[in-house]
Design a protein around this ligand. Structure first.
Ligand code: HEC
Length: 106
C-alpha cells in the first residue's frame, strides 16, 4: 500500500512538470539595444550583450552622465573580464550616454 502511494505521487509530479518545460519565454522589450546611427551602437552590440541582455541598460538612471557610463564600461572589463577593446570604449560610452543616459536627444 505504501509503495503504491509513492508511485502515485511521483506520477502526478511528472505530469505537472511537462507543461512547465514547454513554456517558451519571449524576450521582453528592451532585450535588444536601441538602434542608433552612432558608431558605438554596432560596437555595443558586439561588446555589451554577450553576458546579459540589453535590458540592463534600461535599469540605469536616465540622468546618468558620461563619467557614469565610462565607469560602467571600464567596470565590465576590469571586474567581469569583458573583452572590450580600449579603443572602442569612447564610442560605446558615447552611444550609451546618448541612448540611455542624460544626453538623450542631444
Ligand atoms: C564578460 C561578461 C560581460 C560583458 C561582455 C558585459 N557585461 Fe555588463 N555585466 C556583467 C555582469 C556579470 C554584471 C552583473 C550581473 C548582475 O549583477 O546580475 C553586469 C552588469 C551590468 C549592468 C548593470 C549594472 C551593474 O552595475 O551591475 C550594466 C548597466 C552593464 N552590465 C552594462 C554593460 C555594458 C555597457 C557592456 C559593454 C561595454 C557590458 N555590460 C558588457 C558582465 C558583462
Amino acid at each position: 500500500m505504501k509503495k503504491h502511494l509513492l508511485f502515485a505521487a511521483a506520477f502526478s509530479f511528472s505530469v505537472a512538470a511537462v507543461p512547465a518545460a514547454k513554456t517558451i519565454q519571449l524576450p521582453p522589450d528592451g532585450a535588444q539595444l536601441k538602434a542608433s546611427p552612432l558608431p558605438g551602437y554596432v560596437k555595443a552590440q558586439g561588446n555589451c550583450v554577450a553576458c546579459h541582455s540589453a535590458e540592463y541598460m534600461l535599469y540605469q538612471p536616465p540622468t546618468a552622465a558620461r563619467p557614469y557610463w565610462d565607469a560602467m564600461v571600464k567596470r565590465m572589463k576590469a571586474v567581469f573580464k569583458a573583452p572590450i577593446d580600449d579603443a572602442d570604449m569612447p564610442e560605446i560610452v558615447d552611444y550609451l550616454v546618448k541612448t540611455y543616459g542624460n544626453e538623450q536627444g542631444k
